[in-house]
Design a protein. Structure first.
Lengths: 288, 272
């Protein structure tokens, strides 16, 4: 073996290594840049009034309380519909459904559900919930629309969490004469719960950030007060951000960044919550 | 009874005890693969019957016929008869849940649930509608005594069952089965994950349980079969990998005076 050959191999090894590091850095730069930019530009807009007052002068003054509350209502409404349905479908698909063309096509549909553009969900919601069911442009229509979109996620995460429960537990339970449903209810679901919850929280944080679907089913730019019933229109942070940034002339830059900052905090705090739930569940498993 | 009067190596009169489990020309298929072929045998009540044979010969599949655990496998199909107390358990009218309450099972790998020792034992009774704490406490204590585990976990009932040693976990699993008062206990290589001391404890436990329960144990350990069992069944694979029953009889006879050349070869360690 010549010395030259070895150094050549080491050279290509080092080159590959450096390239991979550079690629990794490039991947994370935008994340930090975005967060940093939003904090720097938006922090000055954040004040007690900003998060507790209703907007005035087309959003140029006042606060964004109705948008914050509207977004929380949306998240709540979305998960209210998407979680029970998703968990039940997840249980059916993992524990009961036989492998046949029907379940195969259901699985395929769920995978594709996640790939449907969000504006298409919006139009679906407009056609079905707003017009056909006469829910009108409302919080209810928007929650149902976002729930349809979130279903792909809640079904998938429920299914994975349920599948992760060891087969040995199920067999042990059936072997003492528990029914399948008792096994699911008392053994599988408690074990799968942290995983299901993680998926639910992530689905909520995604719902908080959606703009396109709610645009056509009930989000309003400016409302004087908070929604009083599920059939009221509502404000939401991402849609508010879109309008103040693109459609209101003379809007103070710091207000725009301020809205973005609040939205980011809402979404990120839910992601962090999901991570904490997952880590604590793992910790508990290791300690047990 | 068809058998002559014989004493097992545990001095039990086997042939006079009544038949608890019976298979009649039973065959098991997984899809198009035949796992068991034409097996007929009678398992006596309140005795220990060992199923021995080389790896992959269908011992576990055979054991799982008796509590219909094979039902969980998609494509599994049973032909022929399997009876518990003369009742065909593959009949359409049979409630599988009720069957599994009468025919409990202990698995190869100890599988305590991720909950407290108490809740592990109480799991079965709770599912069968017993929710009175006093009654459950009695059941838990009785089951743990029966499984020779009480002295070791008496002060740990509230702790996680996963913190117990492997041998303790397996006895806990036996106690969990005992808590629903079964008549038959199926054991699928219950000691293969345990050290020799823990293994001996389980074997002692099996002997004491055999006074009141019918035990069927699958084991790859021939010394174990010889030590604990009253009856032994030797299974082997044929060319198409389907398991067949080669020889069945009192353990003392099968191990000292095997009738089939293949049994002799196996127990003397010539293959497997």
């Amino acid at each position: 073996m010549r010395a030259g050959a070895i150094s050549k191999r080491q050279f290509s090894q080092r080159t590959a290594f450096s390239l991979l590091i550079i690629a990794t850095i490039i991947v994370v730069i935008p994340v930090f840049a975005i967060v940093l930019q939003i904090i720097i530009n938006g922090a000055s807009a954040i004040s007690g009034d900003f998060i507790t007052q209703a907007p005035s002068q087309a959003g140029k003054a006042g606060g964004i309380l109705p948008a914050i509350v509207g977004t929380f209502y949306l998240m709540l409404g979305t998960i209210l519909f998407a979680l029970p349905l998703g968990v039940m479908a997840g249980i059916y698909l993992t524990e009961y459904a036989k492998e046949n063309w029907l379940t195969k096509s259901i699985n395929l549909a769920i995978v594709n559900l996640a790939g449907v553009p969000s504006i298409v969900y919006g139009l679906f919601g407009l056609g079905v919930f707003v017009l056909l069911f006469h829910f009108g442009m409302s919080l209810l229509s928007a929650s149902l629309t976002l729930a349809c979109q979130a279903l792909a996620m809640t079904v998938t995460t429920s299914r994975e969490a349920i599948l992760a429960v060891p087969r040995e537990y199920r067999e042990g339970s059936l072997a003492v004469g528990a029914t399948r449903w008792q096994t699911i209810r008392h053994l599988v679901l408690p074990q799968a719960f942290p995983g299901i919850l993680t998926g639910a929280v992530l689905a909520m944080s995604r719902a908080a950030g959606e703009t396109a679907p709610i645009l056509v089913v009930g989000a309003a730019f400016l409302l004087p007060g908070l929604p009083q019933s599920p059939f009221d229109q509502f404000m939401a942070l991402p849609y508010h951000l879109y309008t103040v940034a693109a459609h209101v002339p003379g809007m103070p830059k710091s207000t725009i960044w301020g809205v973005a900052l609040v939205l980011l905090v809402v979404v990120l705090s839910f992601n962090v919550l999901a991570t904490i739930i997952r880590l604590r569940a793992r910790q508990r498993r290791l300690n047990a | 009874m068809k058998m002559n009067t014989v004493l097992s190596n545990n001095n039990k009169v086997i042939s006079q005890s009544k038949t608890k489990l019976r298979t009649e020309a039973v065959s098991l298929y997984y899809g198009s693969f035949q796992a068991l072929r034409n097996i007929s045998l009678e398992i006596p009540d309140r005795a220990i019957t060992a199923i021995i044979g080389p790896s992959g010969c269908g011992k576990s599949s055979f054991l799982r016929l008796f509590n219909r655990m094979n039902d969980l496998i998609a494509g599994a199909r049973v032909e022929g008869g399997v009876e518990l107390d003369g009742i065909p358990i593959y009949d359409k009218t049979i409630d599988v849940v009720e069957l599994r309450k009468r025919v409990g099972m202990v698995f190869q790998k100890p599988n305590p649930f991720p909950m407290s020792v108490f809740e592990n034992i109480a799991f079965g009774p709770r599912r069968h509608g017993k929710n009175n704490v006093g009654e459950l406490t009695d059941i838990v204590e009785r089951s743990l005594h029966q499984a020779a585990l009480w002295d070791e976990v008496e002060d740990k009932l509230g702790q996680s069952a996963l913190a117990l040693s492997g041998g303790q976990q397996q006895r806990l699993c036996i106690a969990r089965v005992l808590a629903v008062e079964p008549e038959v206990i199926l054991m699928d290589e219950p000691c293969s994950a345990l050290d020799p001391v823990a293994t001996l404890k389980i074997e002692d436990l099996m002997r004491s349980l055999a006074e009141n329960y019918t035990i069927v144990i699958v084991t790859h350990n021939m010394q174990q079969a010889a030590r604990v069992s009253d009856m032994s069944a030797f299974l082997m694979m044929e060319e198409d990998r389907a398991g067949v029953l080669v020889e069945y009889g009192p353990t003392s006879e099968l191990f000292t005076n095997p009738k089939d050349k293949r049994t002799e070869d196996y127990i003397t360690g010539r293959f497997g």
